[in-house]
Write a protein that binds this ligand. Structure first.
Ligand code: GDP
Ligand code: MG
Ligand code: ZN
Length: 356
């Protein structure tokens, strides 16, 4: 059994329990989610969640439904290990992406997180562009990214890879680990503390679950069998919170095939802070770094300080963000209109009733 503080509770959530009608409700955290079924953890142990129809109804996408890591207030059903979710508390931070495919919906991968371990494998061709995308999404969440370069045991030319990685990860702590030998696991553990929540993200097969098991010192998560290759396939299907003995809450996630931007926060500016800093030296305030005279960014590309691929990656993500923001506006407008139509319809019905 864990205390609320062990589970990550704090003043930010405490303040929200003073809302009206919160008498008789218990704070609980979403610890597990599987196809709409939730397990909640409280200071009195685990409960199965009952999501009221009203909440399902209001949730157009999955935006308003609780996600793993969310804190909520729930009413315990007498004599049962089940509880009805009454309020989802405001999130302190949240790791979101646009759902895969064409729809413009948010998927919250983990809520109320402090640290995000972006795991990549030193053994495979490291995709720097993909790393930039992960870091943008991570910074947008409000949590702090930590880059974990795993499978160090399989890598002979670390220094070269490190140099190229550090050029695209300004302001991000970089750790090197091996879940196979245990190298770097203590350093990773020392970034964690009681009450913090950390989530592991990264492509399938990079060793997220293996690192989690090292930290937990037991086989808490399934790991793909070794078959001579290091590719790995999906093995983490249930999203589940784990509590490190005496330390942080951790969340393992399955590998993501797509990671499209959702939030339009400070993520881009932080992930590309080196380019933004340089841009302050451009002659024109709104310099597009294409063909303007006295462009500090073009100068940095010419002298090799910044890779052209990185500038292009920045632009691509900027375009993606603008596109998603536009889609979100469109949807908000459509929802506004729908609501207005409902009100008009209700008014007409009332008038009709009065006339009778
Ligand atoms: N050599 C080596 N293999 C690793 C390391 N970490 C994970 N693996 C292997 O890589 C495969 C995928 O690991 P897994 O933890 O399931 O990756 P996940 O998909 O990111 O959770 C498994 O066969 C692991 O045994 C490591 O640091 N070194
Ligand atoms: Mg896994
Ligand atoms: Zn410029």
């Amino acid at each position: 059994m864990y205390s609320l503080e062990d589970l990550g509770w704090g003043p930010f959530f405490d303040q929200q329990t003073e809302q009206p009608n919160s008498d008789g409700l218990t704070p609980m955290r979403v610890a597990e989610e599987q196809r709409g079924a939730y397990v909640l953890w409280s200071a009195d142990g685990a409960f199965e969640a009952v999501i009221p129809g009203r909440m399902m109804h209001e949730a157009e996408g999955r935006d308003y439904l609780p996600a793993i890591g969310d804190w909520l207030l729930a009413r315990r059903l007498p004599g049962e290990r089940r509880a009805v979710v009454e309020h989802v508390l405001r999130r302190r931070s949240g790791l979101s992406r646009k759902v895969a495919g064409g729809r413009t919906d948010e998927q919250v991968m983990a809520a109320n997180v402090d640290l995000i371990f972006v795991v990549a494998s030193l053994n495979r061709e490291l995709n720097l562009r993909r790393l930039e995308r992960y870091l943008t999404v991570t910074w947008d969440s409000g949590a702090t990214p930590v880059l974990v370069l795993n499978k160090a045991d399989l890598c002979d030319d670390r220094l070269e890879i490190l140099r190229s990685v550090e050029a695209v990860t300004p302001g991000v702590e970089v750790l090197q680990t091996s879940a196979a030998t245990g190298e770097g696991i203590d350093a990773l553990r020392s970034t964690l503390a009681r009450g913090l929540t950390a989530v592991f993200v990264g492509s399938s097969g990079v060793g997220k679950s293996s690192i989690v098991n090292r930290l937990m010192e037991r086989e808490a998560q399934d790991v793909k069998d070794i078959r001579g290759d290091d590719k790995g396939r999906h093995t983490t299907t249930v999203r589940q919170m784990l509590v490190l003995p005496g330390s942080a809450v951790i969340i393992d996630t399955p590998g993501l095939r797509e990671l499209q931007l959702w939030d339009a926060g400070e993520g881009l500016g932080k992930a590309f802070s080196d380019i933004d800093d340089l841009a302050e030296g451009c002659s024109f305030r709104d310099c597009s770094h294409n063909s303007e005279p006295d462009c500090a960014v073009q100068a940095a590309i010419e002298d090799g300080t910044i890779d052209l691929g990185r500038l292009e990656s920045y632009r691509k993500l900027q375009r993606e963000q603008t596109f998603v923001a536009g889609k979100k506006d469109e949807r908000l407008r459509a929802e506004g209109q729908k609501k207005w139509k409902q009100i008009a319809r209700a008014n007409r019905a009332r008038q009709k009733a009065r006339r009778r």
